[in-house]
Design a protein around this ligand. Structure first.
Ligand code: ZN
Length: 525
């Protein structure tokens, strides 16, 4: 009798024996990676403090083992055989198998550039960084942060050098960027970002003048209990179709972080601030966008296979920002939310919770020093600041010691405001501490992709705004699942964009969206 798993594409025998063998090996690698991911989730949500050191070593060792299993010479031999078979017997290969083989080859190439010890050390430094950041932020301790960051920059530069040498590229930073934004080169991003910089700097005064005609929103000034906020956050996740049987939402001392596996998607947000429920709701919706993507990956047929992974962080951020910024800042969203908040916080007819006021708070444009609380229009300038600094750091044009000063200067130049202390400046974000150099552009590319998907989605779902007004978010999730989540890596990011929207990725969609939302202009693309 066949076991039930025999019916999955992962377990099916393929006419090419080498490919069947590769699927088995990558399944086992995938299991080890899933264990590593769950140890990491547990590290953030449940681990007792005393396990800190040993856990770091366990995670680092596991990633070294994964690395060794991938760069094994048998894998190279099997890949060559399978690629030859695909050339000679193309009818034996369907689109998913082809995409899986391509994804296997790219995982192999990626790993074969780095040696075991560097991989292990990198995993350790990255996991240490989360705690180092938390402590530095709590104590405004730049001195200890500086030591850690020096270490990270050194490791990242060593990795970038190896990658650049083996696969070419424009420069060291470009080599790191490809891990997060595959397919988007440094020069393309520069071109997009220069275009956005000019357009957004021009847009800000227009938006400020437009919003000056309206009354200032009333700011939240009550106490909103933690339990009520978490109840609301979980309800929102459930309305979007997040499966709590396979995941959860946790508040911790750490900055929000996506991750997990399709079977265990534990989302992390920062401890709830009782004076402002909109911040934790925003974080929960952002992480929900990531979580829905992870849970929606093609796990049933392809669990653990490289084709079942997501399309990298730019696509991940597109899903998160679509939920958090595009849907979560519509007037209809606040029409849905407002009466429920009045009940939840026992504040009937509170003008602060009026839908128009909530929408005005969340769409109010004002340059500030804080990326995570930035409005949608100035958000890009926060990313530009970080993008330029991290590029110069990796390229060796500036040193870690100069960061606080350079941060303050850039902040003033781009946003017209300067941080008052390290917590408001250089210590704001966790990314560099956990070795994610090259990640920041994902937010802006993700925002661009999100606005482009959003435009097509609104055409495909004619009652789109009624869905939002009535809290019926599941058709939206189903649309995302059908076109993005469930396809894993079947298509590359550029092919996926063309397939869904018929167009190439472009910053014009983001600009058109901002002009529509903040100046009430009609979209003309
Ligand atoms: Zn995110």
């Amino acid at each position: 009798m066949l076991m039930t798993t025999e019916s999955t594409k992962q377990e099916q025998l393929h006419p090419c024996n080498a490919y069947t063998d590769l699927k088995r090996r990558f399944r086992d690698v995938g299991r080890l990676e899933a264990i590593g991911e769950i140890l990491g989730r547990d590290f953030l949500t449940a681990m007792p403090d005393g396990a800190y050191r040993s856990r770091l070593n366990q995670i680092a060792y596991l990633y070294k083992r994964v690395h060794q299993d991938i760069v094994n010479k048998d894998i190279r031999r099997l890949l060559d055989k399978a690629l030859t078979h695909e050339d000679n017997h193309s009818t034996d290969w369907d689109d998913w198998d082809r995409a899986n083989l391509r994804a296997m080859a790219s995982v192999y190439d990626e790993h074969s550039l780095i040696d075991d010890d560097l991989m292990e050390y990198n995993a350790k430094v990255a996991n240490e960084g989360r705690r180092c950041h938390r402590n530095a932020l709590e104590n405004h301790d730049w001195d200890s942060a500086r030591e850690h960051l020096r270490n990270v920059v050194d490791v990242e530069r060593r990795i970038a050098e190896k990658k650049l040498k083996a696969r070419g590229g424009e420069d060291l930073y470009d080599a790191l960027l490809q891990d997060y934004c595959p397919g988007y080169s440094h020069s393309t991003i520069d071109k997009w970002f220069n275009q956005l910089e000019g357009s957004i700097k021009g847009l800000i005064p227009e938006v400020m003048a437009f919003q000056a005609q309206k009354p200032e929103p009333i700011q939240l000034a009550d106490s909103y209990p933690v339990d009520s906020q978490m109840w609301l956050n979980e309800e929102m996740l459930a309305l979007f179709g997040f499966d709590f049987e396979r995941g959860g939402l946790y508040q911790t001392g750490h900055n929000p972080v996506e991750g997990g596996t399709p079977d265990d998607t534990r989302l992390v947000i920062k401890n709830v601030d009782t004076s402002n429920f909109l911040d934790s709701l925003k974080s929960a919706m952002h992480e929900a966008g990531h979580g829905l993507y992870i849970q929606g990956l093609p796990r049933k047929s392809w669990r653990y296979q490289p084709v079942a992974a997501d399309l990298g962080s730019a696509m991940q951020e597109s899903q998160a920002l679509l939920v958090e910024m595009l849907i979560g800042r519509t007037e209809e969203f606040f029409e849905f939310l407002s009466p429920r908040l009045e009940g939840l916080f026992k504040a009937m007819h509170d003008p602060t919770l009026h839908p128009e006021n909530l929408c005005a708070i969340k769409t109010h444009v004002r340059p500030t020093v804080d990326r995570k609380r930035a409005d949608e229009v100035t958000y890009f300038l926060h990313i530009l600041l970080r993008y330029r600094l991290e590029r110069d750091l990796i390229e060796g044009r500036i040193q870690v010691e100069q960061l606080p000063e350079m941060w303050t200067e850039s902040s003033y130049e781009l946003l017209g405001v300067s941080p008052q202390d390290h917590g408001e400046g250089i210590l704001q974000d966790v990314h560099w501490f956990v070795a994610k150099f090259g990640y920041f552009p994902s937010y802006t590319i993700g925002h661009m992709l999100a606005t482009q998907f959003y435009q097509t989605m609104r055409q495909d779902l004619p009652d789109f705004y009624t869905l939002i007004r009535t809290g019926n978010f599941q058709p939206i999730t189903a649309w995302l699942n059908k076109y993005v989540h469930s396809r894993g890596r079947l298509l590359g990011p550029h092919e996926l964009m063309r397939d869904i929207t018929g167009k190439e990725a472009s910053p014009e969609f983001l600009m058109a969206h901002l002009r529509e939302r903040y100046l009430r202009e009609e979209i003309k693309i």
